[in-house]
Design a protein around this ligand. Structure first.
Ligand SMILES: N[C@@H](CCC(=O)N[C@@H](CS)C(=O)NCC(=O)O)C(=O)O
Length: 211
């Protein structure tokens, strides 16, 4: 038996875990959850993920957990000896990794997810776009990316000079926005260099269009 990843084929949170598994060459079985049909809100599902969200993983000895970034950290630690380190061991390298991972959570995800909802998902679910909110999110995200460009002018990756989970965490939502024509990456030289670098990794290429 291999690790089971319960998720949705194109969900950003599911892809965050999948790219980490691919990066570490961990074989896994993807088990699709019917988000459209509401499977994730059933008692059988919330027994495994109390918030009724994907993803969660189950290992062959029965160990299971949820929260995409926490799962990625677990996988990176468990398979530390395989491929890239993804979470540095050195104290100060680890501190800069944590800095980058925190930036993703506070200065990136709220804006990219908001923009993805306003420009894509809301309409998919029959809602209407809130133009004012979308404009405000875009303006803030642009200023955040200006800061990213400065950071990436001084270091190769967002979590230091080596690829880490902090970089991988950026991939799913950034790709959603590019897919709907919101490109704030290519006009910023250091961000563009970084984005091309991380998106060209075989791990991401293998899953970027969904599982
Ligand atoms: N913090 C959670 C968020 C999980 C989450 O938002 N999952 C979304 C898909 S990316 C979901 O299940 N949405 C359906 C819902 O919330 O009803 C994680 O990172 O795993």
């Amino acid at each position: 038996m291999v690790l089971k990843l319960y998720g949705y084929p194109t969900s950003t949170c599911t892809l965050r875990v999948a790219v980490t598994l691919k990066e570490k060459n961990v074989p896994f079985e993807f088990i699709p959850v019917d988000l459209v049909g509401g499977q994730h809100k059933t008692p059988a599902f919330t027994a495994n993920q109390p918030f009724g969200q994907v993803p969660y993983i189950v290992e062959d000895d029965g160990f299971q957990m949820y929260e995409s970034r926490a799962i990625a950290r677990y996988i990176a630690a468990k398979y530390a000896g395989v491929g890239e380190q993804l979470i540095p061991k050195d104290l100060r390298e680890s501190a800069i990794f944590e800095q980058g991972a925190s930036i993703e959570l506070t200065d990136y995800e709220p804006f990219v997810s908001g923009l993805a909802w306003e420009n894509k998902f809301t309409q998919m679910y029959g809602g209407t776009k809130d133009e004012k909110r979308a404009e405000s999110l875009l303006a803030t995200w642009r200023s955040k990316l200006d800061a990213y460009d400065k950071i990436l002018g001084q270091q190769k990756y967002i979590g230091g000079n080596k690829i880490t989970l902090a970089d991988l965490f950026h991939l799913p939502y950034g790709s959603v926005l590019l897919g709907i024509g919101i490109d704030e990456f290519s006009s910023r030289p250091n961000v563009a260099r970084w984005w091309n670098d991380i998106t060209s990794r075989p791990s991401w290429q293998a899953i970027k269009d969904g599982l």
